[in-house]
Design a protein around this ligand. Sequence first.
Ligand code: NAP
Length: 264
Amino acid sequence: MIHFIGGGQMAEAIIRAVLANKTARKEEITVADISEQRNTYLTKNYQVSANVEQSAALKQADIIVIGVRPQDDLASVGTLICEHSRKEAVVVSIVAGVTIEKLTNFIGEDRAIARVIPNTLTDTGLGYSGVSLNKYAREEQVDRFLSGFGKVMYVEERLIDIFTGFGVAGPNYVYYFIESFADAGVLAGLPRQQSWEIALENVQGAVEMLRQTGKHPRQLLDINNSAGGVGINALHELNNSDFAAGLQRSVLKAVKRTTELGQE
Ligand SMILES: NC(=O)c1ccc[n+]([C@@H]2O[C@H](COP(=O)([O-])OP(=O)(O)OC[C@H]3O[C@@H](n4cnc5c(N)ncnc54)[C@H](OP(=O)(O)O)[C@@H]3O)[C@@H](O)[C@H]2O)c1
């Protein structure tokens, strides 16, 4: 059984994905949110058991997902888990910025804990969630569940903020690139719809090309850029801009902000 403490936006996205991927059946999922309205909504839309007593659901759970916000009463959540759950159950926290050490203080020693930074591409099956395990947790306990909403990358906890600012924020950089690229087509004179379709197809095709050939981007650029041609002229202009360094500064800023938020 998988029990969610807190059934907000992220918990809902995870539930929707694991049900769609058949990683879990609706009978295996319980949810207890503070809000009755939220519980009713989840029961109605996903047919999971979201009108359960926290204590009863915790007794049955093999996986306990903490899906509340960092500013919510985590100490009470920890006490509940401590008092009612089985020692063998693994606690999966998706609470941003809350370290395994803090979670241990709330839940108690000797408990299996997985700290997860869920990716936000849950409905696609793509994108990595970052996972750090404490010494009592094993990959086999969480792997199947976590694979239900994307791919899983196990990382040392010291790398979690980097993983967040670079990896989990990753789609944002790509969304912005696609928008800027489609705008470039419009600026040059193509209709918006055609620019948009070309931009999407190019991004997907370029990723596929890299995967299929196993080549480095520079090798593919060398093939595409003939002497004095279109490609090398375009690249020269891009090199003159702040493109690479700007993107890299943006990632570093996101990592720094992740750390700041965790310390607040
Ligand atoms: N959204 C994302 O993209 C994302 C990405 C990565 C990580 N996260 C993490 O995921 C967690 C949830 O985020 P979210 O966006 O899903 O927030 P959210 O929609 O506000 O969900 C949190 C839910 O938990 C409920 N709650 C609060 N305290 C509770 C308690 N003691 N027992 C039971 N339920 C309780 C809240 O109810 P009330 O509203 O009535 O208080 C709310 O429905 C956060 O810690 C966040 O850091 C989110």
